[in-house]
Design a protein around this ligand. Structure first.
Ligand code: SF4
Length: 78
């Protein structure tokens, strides 16, 4: 099984809600900041990172495709 990380370059988030609608198990809106929060994510510089469960893989691929800023990445290694 692949190990995958879910990454958000949060600085550039415009708070469009797309990721929250597609994968609410991993994303929630932060209305004070006008950006989405990656649930359980750890901030590393300009990125927020968390491990991605296999069950959430396809939803987050869709979220990454839908993100108008192209700031969601799913990165996997064997
Ligand atoms: S889809 Fe992208 S721009 Fe929209 S809220 Fe999610 S991370 Fe931010």
């Amino acid at each position: 099984m692949k190990k995958c990380k879910l990454i958000q370059f949060r600085k550039d988030c415009i708070g469009c809600h797309a990721c929250v609608l597609i994968a609410p198990q991993n994303w929630q809106m932060n209305n004070e900041e006008g950006k989405s929060d990656l649930i359980g994510g750890v901030t590393k510089g300009d990125t927020v990172v968390t491990d991605l469960l296999e069950i959430d893989y396809y939803d987050n691929l869709k979220a990454a495709e839908a993100c108008p800023m192209n700031i969601i990445k799913v990165v996997c290694s064997d």
